[in-house]
Write a new protein. Sequence first.
Length: 461
Amino acid sequence: MNVLRTLLPTTLCTLASVALLPAIAQAAPSAEGKVELSTKGGKASGKTERKKKNSEEVEAEREKPWMQRWAPENNELDLGLYGGLFFRADNHGLFDQGVDTQPHVNKTNADIGGRATYFPIRFVGIGLEGGGMPTRAPQRDTNGSFWTFRGHIVGQLPYRITPTLVLGGGLLGIRSNDPLLQAAEGVFHWGPGVKAHINKWIAVRLDGRHIVEGGGNDGERAHHGELLLGLDVTLRFKRLRKRKGGSRRGDSDGDGIADFYDVCPDEAGDGDDGCPTKEKDSDGDGIPDSRDRCPRKWSDNPGGCPLPDNDGDGIMNNADSCPDEAENYNKFKDKDGCPDERPAEIEEFNGVIKGINFASGKATIRRDSYKVLKRAIRVLNKYPELRIEVTGHTDAVGSRTSNVDLSERRADAVKQYFVDAGIDSSRIETKGLGPDEPIADNDTKSGRADNRRIEFKLQDE
């Protein structure tokens, strides 16, 4: 939500600025024009004239074929808000690779934002979009938000039901209180859409986006997706004045210096001549691009490049005990950077655990289970870095609701047994799945017995 609080004001200001430009241009008299005042008719006459004009415009639209009513026009500005879903790629590189390996964040996220699109001609326009996508990284127990800011060219067929196609680029990033989840990448995007004009002022939009990130964590491109539903306000400036020989009022780059006096009219600057004086820093690491050996990758190293990782396992050489041998990530000593094999005594407690039994229909552990549980405690004490998930399962006899509840209570009972024996509760997660994942036939007695089980699953350290 921090990203949204930062992004939305900027986006709204951008939209407001773009909205006012055509209106100002329309209202401003030309250098050669005249300003005339008339007292004929007064306010009542002007109001009646506008009402009559609007009525005639509506009637004229109704006489057109349905598909041509309220179709897009030249000099049209669309301002809108949207909501939808953002689908992140599995191999995304939106994390600080100098801090740790890729964390798990939610794959599907809500997506909200705003946009502005100006069509100088009805077939082609240019647009800006900015939005945020709240997310969560459960393994790191933190919230964050993806964010995007982008520009694109929009092509459309000018009918009441308007097919659209966008092509452009911008930034896609993530922000949270966790230093690992602080990153941004340049992205390319394209996508089809459709816009339905309800009347002169309102249009509904449905858009798909294919977002291509060049910096995936596996060295390949990462492919994200969006599905957006939005509402646009359409402002039609039919009599937008043409500038002759340039204007002293225009400020194309929005830096406060009119184009007539701006040495860099298409590039916002902080200098008196309208040009930027600060050196560009593309990756925002505080090292100007002119002195940054990796200008597209953030780093806190003096040279501007991330720490080296010879074996490509995501663990930097300075923290890798085996810098030339890749870590195999098997939930056992995954932070040392070395390829480790899990000992047999750990393998025994990964999967279905035979010998953990309960009183019928209850979460009371039977005494004949203690031998297996004590052996598991010895393993957990011997390898203090191990974390496990205890999952309870039942057969299909009875209602699903009661079985899920029973499986949860049985998993919690196993965890409590371990905690009572001195195992840190933070190392154990529990889950109850009831009858949802059978491993045998519930129509036989032996199959039901196999389905009533406890499973252990190793977790990330």
